[in-house]
Design a binder for this molecule. Structure first.
Ligand SMILES: Nc1ncnc2c1ncn2[C@@H]1O[C@H](COP(=O)(O)OP(=O)(O)OP(=O)(O)O)[C@@H](O)[C@H]1O
Ligand SMILES: [Mg+2]
Length: 274
């Protein structure tokens, strides 16, 4: 082994006898009964800005267009997809693999909460184990003929993000931000990560953009002025949606009825993803 070995043949520049053949870095294999055409990962720089809501709304909006849609909940320690879609039953294992649960409009979902006996059980696992589960969600779940898969990512650019981008054939990244974040820095980090992984950024979603008052018809910028247009221009990215604060949508999420949400603000993103 070379003395400059970085322990990671994938990134190491050294040539040495211990170097592993490149195919050990090949993408995780999809289950033989699965077909998934397009895979989009929904990311953000920090927690709580609305990734899960945006993931769910993207899935619902594409399903409304009659596509076959899947949601892979890669947030293993904070899964939220089963609740948003009102899934109460556990996923079923068959001889051939695990079957995702299907929502009432026909969206296939896999999440750790569909496998744990009790939803309230915490997942206290180390990184490699969590990464292993995410990979299994790709390779051991029978995703039958999906046009679109949306991956709900945990916050940040850590372990799981790396696992997903290195092991799953992600076609694009959707970055979710909110006005009060240090948007420029966060977007730059996500863009750089995407560049490193050689995955295109589909665009930006600004969540919690404003609140539209139903009483007086005015828009209020609760979290301050948006800088999303400048940022999009700076990094040459598309704006996919500006989503207002909608307490009724949060309530639908909590009630497991996200499929009943009004999708007016999702029109542009649907056109871009199609
Ligand atoms: N536009 C919105 N209007 C109203 N409520 C929203 C909106 N966006 C998100 N929320 C609510 O804010 C909370 C956090 O959103 P969400 O869970 O989607 O964030 P997240 O980025 O996935 O968080 P985490 O990083 O913890 O996974 C949820 O209760 C969600 O319903
Ligand atoms: Mg989330």
């Amino acid at each position: 082994m070379s003395e400059n070995c970085s322990q990671s043949c994938e990134t190491c520049d050294e040539t040495c006898t211990d170097r592993k053949a490149p195919d050990v870095f090949a993408k995780e294999k999809l289950h033989e009964f699965s077909r998934v055409k397009k895979v989009y990962a929904v990311v953000s720089g920090k927690g709580g800005v609305g990734k899960s809501l945006v993931t769910a709304l993207c899935a619902v909006a594409m399903r409304k267009e009659r596509y076959r849609v899947a949601v892979l909940d890669a947030d293993i320690t904070g899964p939220s997809m089963p609740k948003a879609f009102g899934l109460k039953d556990k996923a079923k294992a068959t001889h051939y693999g695990i079957l995702p649960e299907t929502s009432k409009t026909g969206i296939d979902v896999m999440s750790i909460n569909l496998l744990l006996e009790r939803d309230t059980d915490p997942v206290v696992w180390r990184g490699p184990m969590i990464a292993g589960v995410v990979k299994q969600f790709w390779s051991e779940v029978i995703w039958q003929d999906e046009d679109y898969m949306f991956i709900d990512m945990p916050p940040g650019t850590g372990d799981v993000a790396l696992t997903v981008f290195q092991n799953l054939p992600v076609d694009g990244i959707i970055i979710v931000t909110s006005p009060q974040e240090l948007v420029s820095m966060i977007v730059e980090k996500a863009v750089k990560m995407a560049e490193k992984m050689d995955i295109p950024v589909i665009g930006l979603v600004e969540n919690l953009s404003y609140f539209h008052c139903p009483d007086n018809g005015k828009d209020y910028k609760i979290f301050g002025d948006s800088h999303i247009d400048e940022i999009a221009q700076k990094y040459n990215l598309q704006i996919l949606a500006k989503l207002p604060i909608q307490p009724e949508v949060a309530a639908l999420c909590d009630q497991g009825c996200i499929e009943d949400a009004e999708l007016g603000h999702m029109k542009q993103i649907v056109e871009i993803l199609k």
